[in-house]
Design a protein around this ligand. Structure first.
Ligand SMILES: Nc1ncnc2c1ncn2[C@@H]1O[C@H](COP(=O)(O)OP(=O)(O)O)[C@@H](O)[C@H]1O
Ligand SMILES: [Mg+2]
Length: 273
């Protein structure tokens, strides 16, 4: 399914802009445009590799249409315009609190449902983390999840592989093989989803020294949080070897659903709606 994304030649001016972040070559602002609240990412560099990366992010975002993924509204040569998701990010929600098993698994299922769609489209997000998971309406449910930020993504059908380590965020959510330079393996997203589930339950990620773990010189993971029924799927997702992880996002969804049933929580329904 393709959506109608507006292609505009001119830079669009945004009313009442408020800076959200500035990451290298991209300025992110919220504001109003054509009578709606929007989030605008603006390219503020002329460096050809920055331009190529920005175009790639836009091309990936434009190709996607799924309820768990933020829809692109419009593009200009230097802007990506998204509807503003009210409710904040999972990171903001987690600031100072933890989720219970019901909430943490629900949000993880929402993320995995979006990831399953991405992987069917030949896209690997490669930067799944609480900062890039918005919660529409502000409650930690599966249906609230809106995945954002395709700035690190890999797309099978796009020509460029421009991700030569020029941008690296927090290492906590990055899979070991990504750290080694492997790109485009959907199982890297399953690793990140496992860290997300861990972090949501524990209030901190699995490895204090994430770089030591990624480099293969440290293995001392914090105790697995949450009920024991969730530990096998969490452990599998966090495996250093991608072959030991769940075989697909769908398989990980099913394992979490089975654990929810064992915990008396019931399956989360309507994951795609
Ligand atoms: N559509 C949106 N609505 C509301 N907030 C958003 C939206 N998209 C992103 N954000 C917020 O802005 C932050 C930066 O956007 P993101 O696309 O992740 O850019 P960056 O490349 O700087 O990480 C996100 O972490 C999130 O908190
Ligand atoms: Mg981001």
């Amino acid at each position: 399914m393709m959506r109608d994304v507006l292609h505009l030649k001119e830079l669009q001016s945004v009313e009442s802009p408020v800076p959200v972040s500035r990451l290298g070559s991209v300025l992110t602002q919220s504001g109003r445009w054509r009578d709606q609240a929007v989030l605008v990412k603006t390219l503020v560099s002329d460096d050809p590799s920055d331009v190529a990366r920005f175009r790639h992010e836009g091309a990936v975002a434009e190709s996607l249409a799924h309820p768990r993924i933020v829809p692109l509204l419009a593009v200009t040569p230097r802007q990506l315009i998204f509807p503003f998701i009210t409710g904040g990010s999972l990171r903001e929600y987690l600031d100072g609190t933890q989720l219970d098993a019901d909430q943490a698994t629900a949000v993880t299922l929402g993320v995995l449902s979006g990831a399953a769609y991405l992987h069917r489209c030949g896209v690997v997000h490669q930067d799944l983390k609480p900062e890039n998971v918005m919660l529409a309406g502000g409650e930690p449910t599966a249906a609230a999840v809106r995945i954002v930020d395709f700035g690190m993504s890999h797309a099978r059908n796009l020509p460029l592989d421009i991700h030569s380590g020029t941008r690296m965020g927090t290492p906590h959510f990055m899979a070991p093989e990504q750290f080694q330079g492997v790109r485009g393996d959907p199982r890297s997203d399953l690793y990140s989803a496992g860290v997300l589930l861990f972090d949501a339950l524990a209030g901190h990620p699995p490895y204090e020294d994430a770089l030591g773990w990624l480099a293969g010189i440290r293995d001392n993971r914090a105790a697995l949080p949450g009920p024991a029924a969730l530990h096998p799927v969490m452990l599998a997702a966090l495996a250093r070897d991608p072959d030991e992880r769940p075989g697909s996002a769908g398989a990980m969804i099913e394992a979490i659903q089975v654990a929810r049933e064992a915990l008396g929580l019931g399956r989360v329904t309507g994951l795609d709606g």
